[in-house]
Design a protein around this ligand. Structure first.
Ligand code: ADP
Ligand code: ASP
Ligand code: MG
Length: 455
């Protein structure tokens, strides 16, 4: 291949044995390919959580500041590079933290500045490790490389010009750039973050910008699995997924991939692979534009679930044949930036699910002017995903018979809108056993493994 972008997540860079494996992978890539690989790194595992607490909990600030510094210093010696490569950054950290009051949570821009230390420190350590192994490598702040964003601190969007800027600064480098994941920068130079888990997205933005042959997401599972392994320990890797399948899974809770990751890859048709740093010879998952060509491609591949979902139902007797009702309802959601996941309608009502309800209260007052509003919290969306699966005769019947058999009530069903996803809502308390039941009931524990071997 010409060029590969390799992204290493928190466990890959934050555990000494995996760190060494990650470094070896980058070095062997450098030997194979025409152009040096580009590396994107997350903060060491757990560090972003510490920094989030630091920003939110003034009372614990002093202790957390010390903990963050100590963690990096001891990791630096554990991986054998010593503290020298991060000395300047640690001094900056001490200076910055000394300037914070211990009275209030940090405002959003300052919070992003604090979170950025995680990726800045890990990029510095990763680049130092590569240099110690004889490679030419430089830590690069994503903002310096051209990843410019809007000013939505905490959930910033890249600006369209960032692609050309990234291509210009990273495209022709002769050394290995180790780019900070998760971070961007406003036009006036303030650091932003792309949302939790956003390093995957950074890697895809970089990969698309430099027209990489492949974007590799190196993590702690051997690919996208048939379910979340924390819920279904026997979940198996899925060998191949289409962009549509993987996007749905990421959106509905498969944390292994940030939901926005595939957008840049789809635009440029670049394959994404999910691979295990601790088991680099495992084939992992390959995600491409095309669905499986095989005849049995309609099979369910994976089940995802998203908790802390709220359903809002608006009932209006006036809806009966009243045009404009749905438009009015969605106009209210749109104006309040409420993202709707599932929608079901009847003649007199509409129900939607939301996972971010931080702006719901304002919208509710307006919705009450349209109809009677009912809000139900504590729900979960379960998504059964496989290209063509929802259209498969009997899948829905099979799924709901399995659930009915053990008394799991289904609150809302959204079928038919997507060719890859049968999704429905259950009570949050029932979500895990629903996923486990379907994983077994739909034969995923056996079939996915066999299909992996065949693909
Ligand atoms: P990284 O630090 O490498 O970005 P993450 O913790 O963000 O890693 O994502 C990997 C984790 O995602 C896995 O360890 C697993 O617990 C979780 N996960 C949830 N659903 C899935 C799935 N379908 N396949 C693989 N991993 C999943
Ligand atoms: N370190 C960031 C987080 O924990 C970004 C990432 O891991 O992708 O959210
Ligand atoms: Mg992640």
């Amino acid at each position: 291949m010409q060029r590969v972008v390799l992204k290493f997540g928190g466990t890959s860079v934050g555990i000494a044995s995996h760190f060494a494996g990650a470094q070896a992978l980058v070095l062997s890539r450098a030997k194979l390919d025409a152009k040096p690989p580009i590396v994107v790194v997350s903060a060491l595992t757990g560090v972003t959580n510490l920094l989030v607490d630091y920003a939110a909990l003034p009372g614990r600030r002093a202790a957390l500041a010390t903990q963050v510094a100590g963690r990096h210093a001891s990791f630096a010696s554990e991986i054998g590079v010593g503290v020298a490569p991060i000395e300047t950054l640690l001094a900056e950290w001490h200076e910055r933290t000394a300037s914070h009051s211990t009275a209030a949570a940090l405002p959003p821009a300052e919070r992003d500045h604090v979170l950025a230390f995680g990726e800045r420190l890990s990029a510095a350590l990763f680049a130092a490790g590569l240099r110690a192994r004889g490679a030419a490598a430089t830590a690069v702040l994503a903002g310096d490389a051209g990843l410019v964003t809007d000013e939505r601190f905490g959930a910033a969007h890249p600006l369209p010009e960032s692609a050309a800027l990234l291509a210009q600064s990273l495209g022709a480098r002769g050394d290995i750039a180790v780019v900070t994941g998760f971070l961007g920068r406003t036009a006036d130079g303030r650091v932003t973050t792309l949302g939790r888990g956003g390093s995957d997205y950074s890697a895809a933005l970089v990969g698309a910008a430099v027209s990489a042959d492949e974007i590799q997401i190196w993590t702690d599972t051997s690919g996208m699995l048939s379910a979340d392994p924390r819920i279904v320990p026997e979940a198996r890797p899925v060998a191949h997924l289409s962009f549509a399948e993987a996007s749905e899974l990421a959106y509905f809770g498969a944390k292994v991939l940030h939901p926005k990751t595939l957008l840049p890859a789809i635009e440029r048709g670049i394959a994404v692979r999910i691979l295990n740093t601790a088991r680099p010879d495992d084939p992992g998952s390959r995600i491409t534009a095309t669905a499986d060509p095989s005849a049995d491609s309609w099979r369910v591949k994976s089940i995802a679930s998203k908790k802390r979902v709220t359903a809002v139902t608006i009932v209006s007797t006036r809806m009966l044949l009243a045009h404009g009702f749905l438009a009015r309802v969605f106009e209210v959601f749109g104006r309040h930036h409420l993202v709707v996941d599932l929608v079901t309608t009847s003649e007199v009502s509409i129900s939607v699910t939301l996972d971010d309800t931080s702006r719901l209260d304002d919208a509710l007052a307006e919705l009450e002017g349209i109809g009677r509003v009912e809000v139900r919290e504590g729900l979960a969306v379960v998504a059964v995903v496989g290209e063509g699966a929802p259209a498969r005769l009997g899948l829905a019947g099979h799924v709901f018979t399995l659930l009915g058999g053990v008394g799991i009530g289904v609150e809302m069903i959204s079928q038919g809108a997507s060719r890859v996803n049968l999704s429905f809502v259950v009570r949050e308390d029932d979500a895990d056993r629903t996923v486990r039941l379907l994983h077994r009931g739909l034969g995923l524990d056996a079939e996915v493994g066999e299909r992996s071997a065949a693909n």
